[in-house]
Design a protein around this ligand. Structure first.
Ligand code: CO
Length: 181
């Protein structure tokens, strides 16, 4: 999907929270592999680390581009960036608790494929292809959901829906109060 150019100021980015409507955007493919992209990825990695998350999609900092960062270990050498990612050959199925930096204090059971392949590009536009299982496969799916405007709240079951209702209502009220202030 291509649209109007995506403009952003890297220095002003922060993690946005439910129910910010920018989390519901379908993000555009990255077509410009310019100097701004590594700066965006570095900023996203810093914000991810500060909030102790495993992954962070550009949509979560209000930038509607198809890109996410992830780090399973927290070590600098394990920092990864996926641009224009696509899942292939999902296999199996596992339900595990998931959280999301854009939906703080909420943990819900989400069913995801157990194994898959991913193709993407790096920050220079070079192709990447990897296989992953368990947590890695789960994070790939979670982050690609963000690029399509999908949150864990859309994937939770009836009991989590009931259990999280009050917290979500409070988050909606907080957001409304802030935007109408
Ligand atoms: Co998330």
């Amino acid at each position: 999907m291509r649209g109007k150019p995506v403009d952003y100021d890297v220095d002003r980015l922060s993690i946005i929270h439910y129910p910010d409507p920018r989390l519901r955007q379908v993000c555009q493919e990255v077509t410009e592999f310019d100097d701004k992209l590594p700066a965006l990825a570095a900023k996203m990695a810093t914000l991810r680390r500060a909030d102790k998350g495993v992954g962070l999609a550009a949509a979560q900092v209000g930038v509607p581009l198809r890109m996410f960062v992830l780090n399973l270990t927290g070590e600098e050498k394990d920092e990864m960036v996926f641009v224009n990612p696509v899942i292939h050959d999902p296999q199996g199925s596992k339900e595990t608790e998931e959280g999301c930096l854009s939906v703080p204090n909420i943990h819900v059971q989400v069913r995801r494929p157990a194994r898959c392949r991913i193709t993407a590009q790096d920050l220079k536009g070079n192709p990447i292809e990897l296989e992953g299982e368990d947590l890695l496969c789960r994070v790939w799916h979670h982050e690609i959901d963000h690029l399509n405007g999908i949150l864990i709240l859309d994937r939770m079951g009836p009991s989590d829906r009931i259990a999280t209702r009050k917290t979500l209502k409070e988050m909606e009220a907080t957001y409304q109060a802030r935007v109408s202030a």
